[in-house]
Design a binder for this molecule. Sequence first.
Ligand SMILES: C[S@@+](CC[C@H](N)C(=O)[O-])C[C@H]1O[C@@H](n2cnc3c(N)ncnc32)[C@H](O)[C@@H]1O
Length: 214
Amino acid sequence: MSKMTDRDFVTFFKPGQLEAYHQGTMNYQYRGMPCVKSPLDLAIYLALLWDAKPRTVFEIGSKAGGSALYFRDAMRSFGLDGSIVSIDLSPPPLAIEQVLFCQGDVHDLAATFQRNDLHSRPRPWLVVEDSVHTSAACRAALQFFAEHLQAGEFIVIEDGVVADLGWSDRYEGGPNRAIAQFLQDEPGVFEITAYCDMFGRNATFNPNGYLRKT
Ligand SMILES: C[S@@+](CC[C@H](N)C(=O)[O-])C[C@H]1O[C@@H](n2cnc3c(N)ncnc32)[C@H](O)[C@@H]1O
């Protein structure tokens, strides 16, 4: 997969299409549970899970637990011996086999990792940051996992599409600002991967957001 740098964050979606596509995504359910991922990203994640074969998926932002269930089911169907750790300020009161729901704040992942002994979870890791989408929150996740991911492991920073929806200000620049600044401040730590472009240039809700630790 080729290295990609100096890319803008404009998504593939045209104004007039994006709003309805976003609405459908917000309403999407997986096995009867809300699962707020765009269909293209659901497909990209399947490819990434198959390729990367993580043994632990860390998800930050559980909501109803639908995306954790989706990741768990995909890993099971691929025969991967792994589990999901889903962290949220307010985790859902669910018991799902192979999924650990933990209380935690994206701004202080060190405390959550320590409290739940998460550093010992089996590798490789795949991280999905899907919590509050502010620039500061995404930066905090990038900073923490820059230190704790190993070379070749992935982190996905979700929902930079808020910029194309015109909502950047609500998120202090959002994921796109965090990614751009982090790549500039700390070059060579993460690389943008071609998962962003599987279906067209940044045809994803996570523009330039599929990152690999170098
Ligand atoms: C976009 S939803 C997650 C969607 C879910 N991953 C999915 O795809 O269905 C965001 C979640 O992040 C949680 N959240 C908000 N602020 C947070 C924070 N500071 N730390 C951790 N989780 C947070 C919210 O409680 C909410 O459940």
